[in-house]
Design a protein around this ligand. Structure first.
Ligand code: SF4
Ligand code: FES
Length: 260
């Protein structure tokens, strides 16, 4: 009698294969070097930097500082698009270095420069004094004599619609990218700028606030709101979804009497 041999069942390894490690590649990082206290002429220095898929521009600059040239000046803090410190021009466009991945730039050459329309302190670090003093001038707080919470008083109630009027403008992290992209700021150093105007609108549109008259007087001046030509570049570069160009139009509405 013939015997039938059943072939042994082939064992299939069902354990998931480990994902292949992405190979590091190398980019050329061109950093603008300038020290205005010694020599106003900026020059580019090039560095070869290894990158992975997830490497950010800030990480490549920090690699240079750690391993190749510690004297590069750059400002940063949170590394998560929250503090607004690391704004710079990256391949010609104002961006946050910690929020820009090398992979999204689609280039093996990455050029970093200080933001336009700011005074350069050294290399990539710029002076924020004007931005902060303009921000303060806009009275960036709720003005309301009854705002002190006393025992027995309740919080101000706002509807979702009330909140919607100013919410996106409250996401500003004061990174200055909008001011650096603004063509009016490039020609008028005293222009209040999109950042300040967006903040003036943010508080003016808040129905808990009673400081509208004060703020409108501040922006309705010769280097104020009417200098904006609505180029819209401020809104294109904002990393937090703020739309300063729209805020400026809405703020003009109060001055022209369309809004109350
Ligand atoms: S509006 Fe946007 S781009 Fe301008 S400072 Fe605020 S977060 Fe930065
Ligand atoms: S380091 Fe804070 S926003 Fe980039």
């Amino acid at each position: 009698m013939a015997t039938v041999t059943v072939p042994e069942e082939k064992k299939i390894d069902e354990s998931p294969a480990a994902p292949a490690e992405p190979k590091p590649t190398t980019i050329t990082l061109r950093i603008s070097r300038v020290n205005p206290s010694e020599n106003a002429e900026a020059k580019f220095e090039e560095f070869k930097v290894p990158v992975q898929k997830w490497t950010t521009v800030l990480e490549t600059i920090l690699h240079v500082k750690e391993k190749l040239d510690h004297s590069v000046a750059v400002r940063y803090s949170c590394r998560q698009a929250s503090c607004g410190s690391c704004g710079m021009k990256i391949n010609g466009k104002p961006r946050l270095a910690c929020y820009t991945k090398i992979s999204e730039l689609e280039s093996n050459v990455v050029t970093v420069e200080p933001m336009n329309n700011f005074q350069i302190i050294r290399d990539l670090a710029v002076n924020f004094e004007q931005l902060f003093s303009t921000h303060k001038k806009m009275k960036p707080f709720i003005i309301n004599e009854e705002s002190e919470v006393q025992p027995g008083t309740k919080e101000f109630i706002q509807t979702p619609q009330d909140l919607e009027k100013f919410l996106q403008f409250s996401y500003c992290i004061k990174c200055g990218l909008c001011n650096s992209a603004c063509p009016t700021m490039a020609t008028d150093k005293s222009f209040v700028g999109p950042q300040g105007l967006a903040q003036a609108y943010r508080y003016t549109a808040d129905n808990r606030d009673k400081g509208k008259e004060d703020r409108l007087k501040i922006v309705d001046q010769s280097h104020g709101i009417w200098r904006c030509h609505f180029a819209g570049s401020c809104s294109n570069v904002c990393p937090k979804g703020v739309d300063p160009a729209m805020a400026i139009q809405l703020l003009r509405g109060y001055l022209l009497g369309f809004r109350k």
